[in-house]
Design a protein around this ligand. Structure first.
Ligand SMILES: [Zn+2]
Length: 169
């Protein structure tokens, strides 16, 4: 596992040590969101947003870019009740599609390595709100990995004394 010194420093600064390389948001070489496009970590996607366009680059197991050839991507997203399927094009060896309306929606990416392979589904909760801690949009925020999708398996800290504001002395 590679961890840059900068990332390590940031993690230490935040006092987060136990989430290293486990769950949460992973950022790629271009600062994009890393999604898993394989069952065995051999293919990844890096999702970036530029001028209203999402770009999805394919990365190999060493996070080196792979040009899109026979791979395909189907995107579904937006309002859960009325999901949209933005048109995905290939430009400069990567997938490109237009951002959907709104600042907060789910993107479902269905990736196929080639026409014969099974689709791998990756999900991104897109959230354009800026994180006050890291100044990244929430969908690219590493600090938020603790907030979502994780069971509170931290040490059993019983908050018995929480409602002590009526304490008389
Ligand atoms: Zn953050």
């Amino acid at each position: 596992m590679k961890t840059s010194l900068l990332t390590l420093a940031a993690l230490l600064l935040l006092g987060i040590t136990r989430t290293l390389g486990h769950g949460g948001v992973e950022l790629g070489p271009n600062g994009g969101r890393i999604v898993e496009f394989s069952k065995n970590e051999t293919v990844h996607g890096e999702v970036t947003l530029t001028n209203g366009q999402f770009h999805v680059s394919i990365l190999d197991k060493d996070m080196k870019p792979v040009a899109v050839t026979e791979q395909s991507l189907v995107v579904t997203g937006g309002d859960r009740a009325r999901p949209e399927k933005p048109k995905v094009e290939v430009q400069g060896g990567r997938f490109v599609f237009s951002a959907l309306k709104g600042d907060d929606y789910l993107l479902v990416l269905q990736f196929r390595e080639n026409p014969a392979s099974k689709a791998i589904t990756a999900r991104i909760e897109f959230d354009a709100a800026i994180c006050s801690a890291c100044k990244n949009p929430e969908w690219l925020c590493k600090c938020s990995s603790e907030k979502e999708g994780k069971k509170s398996d931290t040490h059993d800290h019983k908050g018995a004394e929480k409602h002590d504001h009526e304490k008389k002395k």
